[in-house]
Design a protein around this ligand. Structure first.
Ligand code: CA2
Length: 165
């Protein structure tokens, strides 16, 4: 039997895959006016802390390569219950990442540091949004925290709905 989640006490520990896409490794070092002063390490540390409080498990990865992000999404299928993703610029270009999310059919929340709808027109369209349960954009590093909170809430509501059915 494939273990889909770890048990902790009487709780089932949800496992969330956190993916950071292209150029997000540069955070905190360039363009602080748009993306803030926090580094990716800071964001991951804050998510780790939040995960402890929410009693969920998170696994975070960053890649500048579309195919690597797709491989992690595929691998999530039997390892995680949800995906929190900032695809970076792949948001606006990648049908392949969108197809991977649709294929694994895991609840996915799309997050952005900047408000993509207030920026250049080419950032207004997201290939990911139609396969995500929601998008959070424009709150800096707080977008990740809001995204994790929303995803965990959604997964727990889903579990309650399934229990009742
Ligand atoms: O606002 C976001 O989170 C974005 O996903 C960030 C992407 C951008 O292409 C999207 O349109 C919106 C850029 C990733 C970060 O790029 C940096 C570039 C230089 C310095 C620091 C970060």
């Amino acid at each position: 039997m494939i273990l889909q989640s770890l048990s902790w006490g009487c709780h089932t520990l949800l496992s969330i895959l956190v993916l950071h896409g292209a150029n997000l490794n540069l955070l905190g070092r360039r363009e602080p006016g748009i993306y803030g002063h926090e580094t990716l390490k800071d964001i991951d540390a804050a998510l780790e802390q939040q995960a402890i409080e929410l009693q969920v498990k998170i696994s975070s990865f960053q890649s500048n390569h579309e195919g690597v992000l797709i491989d992690w999404i595929h691998a999530a299928w039997d390892q995680h219950q949800g995906i929190l993703i900032n695809p970076g610029a792949y948001t606006h270009t990648s049908i392949a990442i969108r197809d991977a999310i649709a294929a694994v059919a895991l609840p996915t929340v799309e997050v952005h540091l900047s408000n993509i709808h207030r920026r250049e027109a080419f950032r207004h369209h997201s290939y990911i949004a139609p396969v995500a349960i929601g998008q959070i954009s424009g709150f800096g590093a707080e977008s990740y925290s809001l995204g994790l909170q929303a995803l965990v809430h959604h997964l727990r509501q889903d579990a309650l709905r399934q229990d009742k059915a």
